[in-house]
Design a protein around this ligand. Structure first.
Ligand SMILES: [Cu+2]
Length: 179
């Protein structure tokens, strides 16, 4: 009996602090979990139910499971992760590991999706303009080729004429021999 009471007491003592000082947990995030964002995202804000300690961090991964570098700031009950580049399209995984108000390390993860419509970057726009504007200059190689053809043509005609004359001479000689 004594053993049972001691055992139950031990369990109660173990459970009570957990219940009284609940683990810190994520209460809100922006972008919100399981949503699709169509705008540029460079910042993720995670709000917890309690103050979180320095050393709390977050790891962000893209769709291919590649880690996206982030700068992490801890302020009060908020964890802010900032990326240097705009988040790529696709599923973004956010894995947070925080040191809660009770000193416990708690972790969790969620994901959201980035689906920004493809927008031509300024350089791409410039390329498009360059492509649509017809070239004002005539290809210098092309004109050169035309000129070459023009000068070669009389020679070809001359050679053909010469060949025809030779052919006719041979033909006439042959006919004479046959007679
Ligand atoms: Cu805890």
């Amino acid at each position: 009996m004594k053993k049972t009471v001691a055992f139950l007491l031990a369990i109660v003592l173990l459970l009570v602090p957990q219940a009284v000082f609940a683990h810190s947990k994520l209460v809100k995030a922006n972008p919100a979990p399981d949503t699709t964002i169509t705008e540029e995202v460079k910042e993720m804000r995670l709000e917890f139910n309690t103050k979180i300690e320095q050393g709390s961090t977050v790891a962000v991964k893209d769709e291919t499971n590649k880690e996206i570098p982030v700068q992490v700031q801890v302020a009060g009950n908020e964890l802010v992760a900032t990326t240097s580049d705009v988040l790529p399209n696709g599923a973004i995984q956010v894995h947070w590991t925080i040191i809660g108000a009770d000193g416990h390390t708690v972790e969790g993860e969620y994901q959201f999706t980035v689906n920004r419509p493809a927008v031509a970057t300024p350089s791409e726009e410039q390329q498009l303009i360059e492509k649509t504007v017809p070239a004002p200059q005539v290809d210098p190689n092309e004109t050169k080729q035309i000129e070459e053809k023009a000068t070669i043509l009389p020679w070809i005609l001359g050679a053909l004429l010469l060949a025809l004359i030779i052919f006719l001479i041979i033909l006439l000689k042959g006919k004479k021999r046959n007679k």
